[in-house]
Design a protein around this ligand. Structure first.
Ligand code: SF4
Length: 158
């Protein structure tokens, strides 16, 4: 999709709509984007909708971007443990595909009391001792794919 001079922010624009109306609205947004060269900042929780409408996706946890990548790359090869948990919750129509749903323990902490270190450490099965003390940077892994996690920081593992 084209990146144009106009930026439109859409916060959950289709979440309350019936599925067929959702599809019509999403297709209309895509048509408008192509015709007028618009850029949409599309905020949504429905991962199917996000995949359909997006060129690039930023995954946020407690107000921080924890992973940023092209949509195809993110859905094929998510890196951050939180993104992986989100992806595992997407229902599959393939009955032969075994569900490997990642269930996160506990609740999302209050945004007013963000845990120190990595904000996700209280729910992360891969958390290491330094995750509780130091917040990882959003770091490029490969072309256009950034992740904020000590699992991908050489300095923390080496
Ligand atoms: S930095 Fe540590 S706690 Fe945070 S997501 Fe990565 S492994 Fe989990």
């Amino acid at each position: 999709m084209a990146v144009g001079p106009e930026l439109i922010i859409a916060d959950e624009p289709v979440s309350a709509l019936d599925v067929s109306i959702q599809a019509q609205i999403l297709n209309l947004l895509k048509d408008l984007q192509e015709e007028y060269g618009l850029t949409f900042l599309f905020i949504a929780h429905d991962l199917g909708v996000v995949e359909y409408i997006s060129d690039r996706v930023a995954v946020m946890y407690l107000g921080r971007v924890v992973e940023l990548a092209d949509a195809k790359m993110l859905y094929r090869d998510a890196k951050h443990p939180y993104t992986k948990a989100l992806m595992s919750a997407i229902p599959s129509l393939d009955p032969t595909r075994k569900s490997q749903r990642v269930l996160l323990p506990g609740d999302v902490p209050s945004p007013a009391r963000v845990p120190p270190g990595c904000p996700f450490h209280t729910r992360c099965a891969a958390a290491m001792p330094h995750c509780r003390e130091r917040e990882p940077r959003l770091k490029p892994l490969e072309s256009g794919h950034l992740v904020s996690c000590w699992l991908y920081e050489d300095s923390a593992n080496g």
